[in-house]
Ligand binder design. Structure first.
Ligand code: PRP
Ligand code: URA
Length: 209
């Protein structure tokens, strides 16, 4: 599928298996989410534009590549996406951070918006939307809709676990968005939770229930 990358790196797969484990506690869960975000971010940002700049080494002057232009906006979908922000900021400390607040209605499973604040000139940035879970795809589609309504054009979506249903919905609604997935799982259950998944990502990151 064009614009869809499913990670196959053994380090990412190993850490996702640890995340899934019901015995993994909040502290370790948070660290793993951050580590996976670094590893996935490394892959997802491999097409960042660079420009040649002049640098003087102890030996001589040279032209050498650095990230160019108005760079990055990292946009977590609240709450669980917050867990992935630190990993991306480790890679690109100068990135700006926006927030989109959505929760799934427990009955309809459709996303309800409660907050949206994006960095200025979002249209000139690469927006990386982060959310560990892509289940029905409702939240991801809504998040990308918000960013596009505010002028965003160059958008990536990064999730740790996806269900085929959510991938299809996001890709069909926004075929231009580059999607990065840590692992593509089997399907959704009757409560729209991913199987086998890892349970409720927000609750596991923040220790709520
Ligand atoms: C989770 C998850 C995604 C959404 C995915 O958030 O972090 O945002 O569900 O489901 P979808 O693809 O079916 O929309 P949740 O609504 O549980 O909110 P929380 O992060 O505040 O717990
Ligand atoms: N949100 C989660 O946190 N987990 C799922 O499996 C589905 C949606």
């Amino acid at each position: 599928m064009e614009n869809v990358t499913i990670m196959d790196h053994p380090l990412i797969q190993h850490k996702i298996s640890m995340l899934r484990d019901i015995r993994t506690g909040t502290n370790e869960f948070r660290s793993l989410v951050e580590e996976i975000s670094v590893l996935m971010g490394y892959e997802a940002l491999r097409d960042l534009p660079t420009e040649e700049v002049d640098v003087t080494t102890p030996i001589e002057n040279c032209k050498t590549p650095m990230i160019s232009g108005k760079k990055l906006a990292v946009i977590p979908v609240l709450r669980a996406g917050l867990g992935m922000v630190g990993g991306l900021l480790t890679l690109v400390p100068s990135a700006k951070v926006g927030h989109i607040g959505l929760y799934r209605d427990p009955q309809t499973h459709e996303p309800q918006e409660y907050y949206c604040k994006l960095p200025e000139s979002i249209g000139e940035r690469i927006a990386v939307v982060v959310d560990p879970m892509l289940a029905t795809g409702g939240s991801a589609v809504a998040a990308v809709d918000f960013i596009k309504q505010r002028g965003g054009r160059n958008i990536k979506f990064m999730c740790i676990i996806a269900a085929p249903e959510g991938l299809k919905r996001l890709h069909e609604a926004h075929p231009d968005v580059q999607i990065y997935i840590g692992h593509l799982d089997k399907c959704l259950n009757e409560n729209a939770y991913i199987m086998p998944g890892l349970g409720d990502a927000g609750d596991r990151i923040f220790g709520t229930k």
